[in-house]
Design a protein around this ligand. Sequence first.
Ligand SMILES: NC(=O)c1ccc[n+]([C@@H]2O[C@H](COP(=O)([O-])OP(=O)(O)OC[C@H]3O[C@@H](n4cnc5c(N)ncnc54)[C@H](OP(=O)(O)O)[C@@H]3O)[C@@H](O)[C@H]2O)c1
Length: 390
Amino acid sequence: MRTAPDLTRTAVLTGATSGIGPWIGRTAVLTGATSGIGRWIGRTAVLTGATSGIGPWIGRTAVLTGATSGIGPWIGRTAVLTGATSGIGPWIGRTAVLTGATSGIGPWIGRTAVLTGATSGIGRWIALGLAQAGLNLVIIARDPARAQATTAWIQAEIPAATIDTVIADLASIAQTTEAARQIAAAHPEIALLVNNAGLFRARRAITEEGRDRVLAVNHLAPAILMRELTPALIAAALIDGSPSRIVTVGSSTSDRARLNPNDLELTRGWTMVRAYGRSKLATMIQTFETARRLAPNSVVANVVHPGAVATSLVRTPGLIGLAWRLMRPFLRTEQQGADTPLHVALDTSFATTTGAYVKDRRPVPPNPTALDPALAARIWTLTEALTKPS
Ligand SMILES: NC(=O)c1ccc[n+]([C@@H]2O[C@H](COP(=O)([O-])OP(=O)(O)OC[C@H]3O[C@@H](n4cnc5c(N)ncnc54)[C@H](OP(=O)(O)O)[C@@H]3O)[C@@H](O)[C@H]2O)c1
């Protein structure tokens, strides 16, 4: 016989004053249970894929050691990066793959180039090309405002370009020597020297130091820079493992020029064409002699002719100036004029070429006078004597 349930019995519940105890048997009223997390409270989740990948970790607690210093405190935190849509922002933390770093312009990035005559004509475009190749530039200029204008012009194109200016009048032996020494002290490794500044004058002029001005700018200044910067050029070659380069911008007027070592300053029979051609032949001889005296795996030195270029080289009034202005439309542009100098300065194909005369990117035979070693030794000694700072 079954007895009826005793509806009058009482249950004794222990632990009902703390933990979940006090809640057992009570009724909960839950608001907000139709959306958001409210809908999920008290429901049971079935999780698939919980045995591999991130599945097994969901809902578990991680204990992280080393979280109080180094990168530890940052793990799992969220960074807010401003400026990430322009400038270098979007590139932070991304990986760069650089191809072509062993040839072409790749090897020039971050190396130092010294350049003269960057404030006008061909030189401005050479400077731009060197900056585009990633070289840090040191430009020697006589006029701070023109140097600043060149810097601004290059940085408008390449905002990150590094350009230092050293002020010197290249007609002055003392100023050129001082500039070169200042540069060598600040830049113990120089990968490239471009002797580009040049002067063409209608009348003979003598500098304060008593030198023919055309010879001083076109020959003596490059000679001083080559001499004073040679240790830094050699140092860069040792560190970089590839020869440093000297590029002297010569002229085809040297092709038929004559040079009398007993009258290097052309005290007799000075004409503008003779003086200019003679100075360009002298600088070619000095550059070739520099090449001869330096190991080609250390420093290479070459001379380029940029072509006939519509620059401000001929700043002479009168008939000659007029003729030059009339010819301008038929000449190369300044940018085109920079092509061969830049090619010889940067291209891998000229990495080990030394003592060459280059036109339109190709070595060509120079004036035979430039290949006479006895004459070269003589010019070297005379030049040394003329460029001794007083
Ligand atoms: N244009 C041609 O057809 C041609 C042909 C063959 C060879 N080249 C050679 O190419 C090179 C560049 O000449 P360019 O045609 O470009 O002529 P440019 O426009 O007259 O440029 C000459 C550069 O040399 C600088 N310079 C001249 N005398 C200087 C001095 N005493 N101190 C410091 N800097 C001085 C000038 O500085 P400023 O701005 O302060 O004047 C200017 O930056 C020269 O070596 C020239 O002989 C030119």
